[in-house]
Design a protein around this ligand. Structure first.
Ligand SMILES: NC(=O)c1ccc[n+]([C@@H]2O[C@H](COP(=O)([O-])OP(=O)(O)OC[C@H]3O[C@@H](n4cnc5c(N)ncnc54)[C@H](O)[C@@H]3O)[C@@H](O)[C@H]2O)c1
Length: 466
C-alpha cells in the first residue's frame, strides 16, 4: 500500500499546511538506482587527534567520484598518505556549502574530555547537510577497549549519533560504526552501505565490525556473482524484494514459499532467472528437503535468508494455543531446525551468510503480540548465540529488525494505528520492502565477512524500543 501523505507533504499546499499546523514532514527519500555512486554529493571528512582508521576510510573514499573535503590536519594527513586528493574546508556560515555526507573518525578519542572534538567538527556544519544526507561516526568497539576511560568515551558516541538522527531531518541518516582492533580491513562494505542511498531507511544504528579473513569484491555492481541464495517467504512483500535485490547483485536465488502460493512464487523466480521451491518450512521433512535440494542441485548454498514469518495477534488472555504454537514455529523454531540440518550436512559453504528477519516488536514488545515478539526476540537470541559458533566455520549470522514497512502485512493494520506506525519515527514515513532487502544484501556481500552478530533496525529510527 502506498502512503499518499508523502506526496501531499511534498506539494506546495502540503508544505504550507505542515508549517502552519506543525504536521509530520516526510521527505521523499533518495533510493538506489543502478550505477549510482555510493557517495551522493560532497563528503567532509574529519578525524580526532590520534585517529587510527582514517587510512581505511580513505581506501573506501578513493573508489568514489564524489568530491572529498577535509576539515583539520589529522584527516588531511591520512588522505594525503592514501594519495587521495582532497580540498581543505574551513566552515563559514555564509558559504552556502551543502554536504551529502559528514564522516568523522572518532577512533582517537581516549577519554570524555576529548569528546569535545565531536562538537568541534560537527557543530559548524550541522546545518549544512543536504537532503538524504549521511552522518557517520567511526569508533572503536567499546567492549574491546582496555582502558575504562577510553571505553566510556567510545560508548558515549552512541548518544551523540542517536540524537543527531533525531535532529538532522530532510531524510538524512546518522550511524555509528565500531571497528575492532585488527578489523580495519573489514570497514569497506559497511562504510559503502551506510554512505549510499541503499541505507535510505536505516538510521541511528550501531554496527560492530570484527576481525575476519579479507574477502575482496571485484565488481561492486554484482558482488554476489556465482553465489547461491535461499530466500524463504519469497512470493510477495519483503521476501520478494530480497529475492529481487540479491538477484540484482548477481546471486542465483532459490525462492521458497508455501505450496498454496506456488503460482506467485514461480512468477517471482522466473522473472529473476531463479528457482522456485514450494514448501512449508514447518513441515517435518522441510529441513532435510532443503538440505538435499542444495546438496543435489547446487553444491551447497552461500546465503540463507530466513524471511518467512506470520503474525497472529491477540492479547495473551485471548490467544488460542494454536496461534502461539504456529507463530513460534514459523518465525523461530523452523529456522533453528533448518540451520541445524544445513550445518550438520556441511551444506552452507565457506564464507556463508545466515541472515534473519526479526522485528522491532522483538526489541520493544507490542500490545497483542506476545507470540510474535517472543519469536522475533528469539531470532535476535539465535543471532547472538550462533555468531561465535558459526565464526569458527567462517560463516556470519546477522539480523535485520524492520519497523513499519509498507506490505500486505501492514496494510491489514487498522487505519489509525497504521498512520501512527508510519509517522512515529525520525523520517515520518514507513519503509519500503527494498529498504530491508538492501540491508540484507549488505550482510550477504562477501566483503562483509567482519559483520557478524549484528541486529540492524530498518525503521527510520522508530520511537518504539529506541
Ligand atoms: N511488514 C512489516 O512491517 C514487517 C515489520 C517487521 C518484521 N517483518 C517481518 O518481515 C518478514 C516478511 O514480512 P512481510 O511483511 O513481507 O509479510 P508477508 O505476509 O507479506 O510475507 C510473508 C511470506 O512468508 C510466507 N510464509 C508464511 N508461513 C510460511 C511457511 N510456514 N513456510 C513458508 N513460507 C511461509 C508467506 O506465504 C508470505 O509469502 C516476516 O518475517 C515479518 O515478520 C515485517
Amino acid at each position: 500500500m502506498s502512503d499518499g501523505y508523502i506526496n501531499f507533504a511534498n506539494s506546495s499546499l502540503g508544505q504550507t499546511l505542515i508549517k502552519s499546523f506543525g504536521l509530520p514532514n516526510p521527505e521523499i527519500l533518495d533510493r538506489y538506482e543502478a550505477g549510482q555512486d555510493f557517495i551522493r554529493g560532497s563528503l567532509l571528512l574529519g578525524a580526532a587527534e590520534g585517529a587510527e582508521l582514517s587510512s581505511a576510510i580513505a581506501k573506501t573514499l578513493g573508489n568514489s567520484q564524489s568530491p572529498i573535503l577535509t576539515s583539520g590536519d589529522t584527516a588531511a594527513k591520512a588522505l594525503k598518505s592514501a594519495k587521495l586528493s582532497a580540498a581543505s574546508y574551513t566552515p563559514n556560515e555564509e558559504d552556502g556549502q551543502k554536504f551529502g555526507a559528514l564522516v568523522f573518525d572518532a577512533s582517537g578519542i581516549k577519554n570524555s574530555a576529548q569528546l569535545r572534538q565531536m562538537y568541534d567538527f560537527f557543530h559548524p556544519v550541522a546545518r549544512k547537510m543536504a537532503k538524504s544526507g549521511r552522518l557517520i561516526v567511526i569508533g572503536r568497539t567499546p567492549e574491546l577497549c582496555k582502558d575504562p576511560k577510553e571505553q566510556t568515551a567510545q560508548r558515549a558516541l552512541e548518544g551523540f549519533v542517536r540524537s543527531c538522527g533525531k535532529e538532522i531531518r530532510k531524510g538524512s541518516t546518522s550511524q555509528l560504526i565500531y571497528v575492532a582492533p585488527g578489523a580495519e580491513n573489514q570497514l569497506d562494505s559497511t562504510l559503502r552501505f551506510f554512505l549510499s542511498s541503499k541505507s535510505a531507511y536505516v538510521s541511528a544504528q550501531v554496527v560492530r565490525i570484527s576481525k575476519a579473513a579479507e574477502q575482496s569484491v571485484s565488481n561492486w555492481e554484482k558482488p554476489l556473482a556465482e553465489k547461491v541464495a535461499l530466500v524463504t517467504g519469497a512470493s510477495r512483500g519483503i521476501g520478494k524484494a530480497i529475492a529481487e535485490t540479491l538477484a540484482r547483485d548477481g546471486a542465483k536465488v532459490v525462492c521458497l514459499d508455501i505450496p498454496p502460493s506456488e503460482e506467485e512464487l514461480k512468477a517471482v523466480a522466473t522473472e529473476l532467472g531463479g528457482e522456485a521451491l514450494a514448501l512449508d518450512i514447518t513441515a517435518e521433512e522441510a529441513p532435510q528437503t532443503i538440505t538435499d535440494y542444495f546438496k543435489n542441485n547446487h553444491q551447497g548454498l552461500d546465503i540463507i535468508v530466513h524471511n518467512a514469518g506470520v503474525t497472529r495477534d491477540k492479547t495473551l488472555g485471548r490467544m488460542k494455543p494454536q496461534f502461539w504454537d504456529m507463530t513460534l514455529d514459523i518465525n523461530l523454531s523452523s529456522e533453528e531446525r533448518i540451520n541445524d540440518a544445513l550445518l550438520a550436512a556441511d551444506a552452507i559453504n565457506e564464507n556463508g551468510r545466515v541472515i534473519c528477519v526479526s522485528s522491532i516488536s522483538g526489541i520493544a514488545g507490542n500490545m497483542g503480540q506476545t507470540n510474535y515478539s517472543t519469536s522475533k526476540a528469539g531470532v535476535i537470541g539465535m543471532v547472538q548465540s550462533m555468531s561465535p559458533v558459526l565464526n569458527k566455520k567462517n560463516i556470519t549470522i546477522n539480523a535485520v529488525a524492520p519497523g513499519f514497512i509498507e506490505t500486505a502485512m501492514t496494510a491489514a493494520i487498522p487505519f489509525a494505528i497504521r498512520q501512527a506506525g508510519r509517522r512515529m519515527n525520525s523520517m515520518s514515513q514507513g519503509g519500503l520492502p527494498v529498504d530491508v532487502a538492501e540491508a540484507i544484501a549488505w550482510y550477504a556481500n562477501p566483503a562483509s565477512a567482519g559483520v557478524t552478530g549484528n541486529v540492524v533496525r530498518v525503521c527510520g529510527q522508530s520511537l518504539l524500543g529506541a
